[in-house]
Design a protein around this ligand. Structure first.
Ligand SMILES: *Cc1c(COP(=O)(O)O)cnc(C)c1O
Length: 450
């Protein structure tokens, strides 16, 4: 049940089918090219797309726009300290800005950096710093029904150290929840193991805390030690093992833009290096590329994110969407993660070969069928990888209601009908940008049957 009501609304409109066909064609069968006003239920991402509370809007009005030493920054510092336990805070314009600041200060040419699974921007920043990002997920993480499928395989970190030498591993990373692995959670026990490995290697333990509150909810539900604990307590405990955090405020900061690095009081040398990079790339270190008002809103959002009533509703909503789809025989990954439902498009559209992008075909059908915007995370987004053909339906925070989820489920039904009638075709790329890694943002396609 939603523990809030709406006071500000944004009208949305479902264009008729003919319009949707035209829009899709004009967008080159790439939903990144659609106008949001032509989208009815927008599940493209949960990043920065959520709804702020009245308390956040009020904080916005009181934002302090001073270049240095703003009151809004003090509020952020207290919130990060109270909620996450880190005394030193370096704000950044968003998560990747924080990654650039921290990883550039931490990582050198020729290093190796293990992580349960690197999120795209993390991988890019580690590589940009000259190091090799190494994924260390559990074997067969998504096969079966694990409580903590997002965990780091610490044995793989030790193997890496044996292979390349501990001195080549300056940091061990843990991403909670594991965004690139269907948003699956990480246990507190696993973070303790990661801490032990980091100590063995004399490495810094960094937690990518983008979805720390959602993760804490799963811990409370599934890890026996934390039964009856509050989300706030679990979050504090889990983050207490890390030396540093990187945060995108666009996720569990409950804001539309912002991020930060959190460091320990005694991390002098690292703080100095990160501080310098922050001034170079983000802005003075009491605003870090954000307006003072956005800093103020994030300070409030962080506290709201660990309220039990909020986080329970959030995770339950994702679960409900997963159930609605599973009830209609849509192959979804279960248990669902914290922020999105992942659909196995290859299983849903078995007639479409991998070379014709079944995931992207499904994404286009969801728009055609019901004005729903999802995102492909399979062979179209990640060429030359052997990732499964996943389509992600990410739920913006505090934004849609049960009727919207029903609409999404009904849209899947209509797509299934077209599939059974043999009306869905694969796609071919007609225009591709030079950087193949980024092609899902801007490539254009066309249906094979036209
Ligand atoms: C979103 C995200 C980032 C990057 O944050 P941005 O605010 O999009 O720059 C980093 N790590 C993870 C796990 C994320 O989900």
């Amino acid at each position: 049940m939603r523990a809030y009501k709406s006071k500000v609304v944004t009208p949305i409109r479902l264009p008729d089918r003919e319009e949707r066909e035209t829009n899709l064609d004009r967008a080159g069968y790439n939903v990144f090219n659609l106008d949001s006003s032509d989208v009815f239920v927008d599940l493209l991402t949960d990043s920065g797309t959520g709804t702020m509370s009245d308390a956040q809007w009020a904080a916005l009005m009181r934002g302090d726009e001073a270049y240095a030493g703003s009151e809004s920054f003090d509020r952020l510092k207290s919130a990060v300290s109270d909620v996450m336990g880190f005394e030193r805070v370096i704000p950044a314009h968003q998560g990747r800005g924080a990654e650039n600041v921290l990883y550039g200060a931490l990582v050198e040419d020729g290093d190796y950096v293990p992580n349960n699974t690197h999120f795209d921007t993390t991988r890019a920043h580690i590589a940009n710093a000259g190091a090799e990002p190494v994924d260390c997920p559990l074997d067969g993480a998504l096969a079966g029904d694990r409580d903590f499928a997002g965990n780091l395989d610490v044995a793989k970190v030790r193997d890496l150290a044996d292979e390349v030498g501990a001195e080549k591993i300056p940091a061990v990373l843990v991403t909670i929840t594991n965004n690139s692995l269907a948003g699956q959670p990480v246990s507190v026990e696993n973070v303790r193991e990661a801490r032990a490995v980091a100590d063995e290697l004399d490495a810094v333990l960094v937690i990518d805390a983008c979805r720390f509150a959602e993760n804490a909810h799963f811990v409370r539900e599934r890890e026996a030690e934390f039964e009856g604990a509050s989300v706030a307590e679990v979050a504090r405990e889990q983050l207490s093992y890390a030396d540093a955090i990187v945060m995108s405020g666009k996720k569990d900061g409950l804001v539309n833009i912002g991020g930060f690095v959190g460091l320990r009081e005694d991390a002098d040398a690292l703080y100095e290096r990160a501080h310098e990079r922050a001034i170079l790339f983000e802005g003075f270190t009491t605003y870090g590329g954000m307006a003072g008002r956005d800093v103020a809103a994030m300070a409030v959002g962080l506290r709201e994110a660990v309220e039990d009533s909020y986080i329970r509703d959030r995770v339950e909503q994702v679960r409900r969407l997963g159930d609605l789809l599973a009830d209609r025989d849509v192959p979804v990954h279960r248990p669902t993660g914290g922020h999105a439902v992942y659909v196995d498009a290859a299983a849903f559209l078995p007639e479409i070969p991998r070379a014709e992008f079944p995931g992207q075909a499904l994404v286009c059908e969801l728009y055609r069928g019901g004005g729903v915007r999802a995102v492909e995370l399979g062979s179209f987004a990640f060429p030359d990888s052997n990732r499964p053909e996943l389509v992600r339906l990410a739920l913006p925070r505090r934004t849609y209601g049960a009727d919207h989820l029903e609409h999404v489920a009904e849209t899947f039904e209509s797509v299934a009908e077209r599939r059974d009638a043999g009306e869905i075709s694969g796609l071919e790329i007609t225009k591709e940008p030079e950087m193949a890694e980024l092609r899902h943002f801007s490539a254009e396609l066309r249906p094979m049957n036209e």
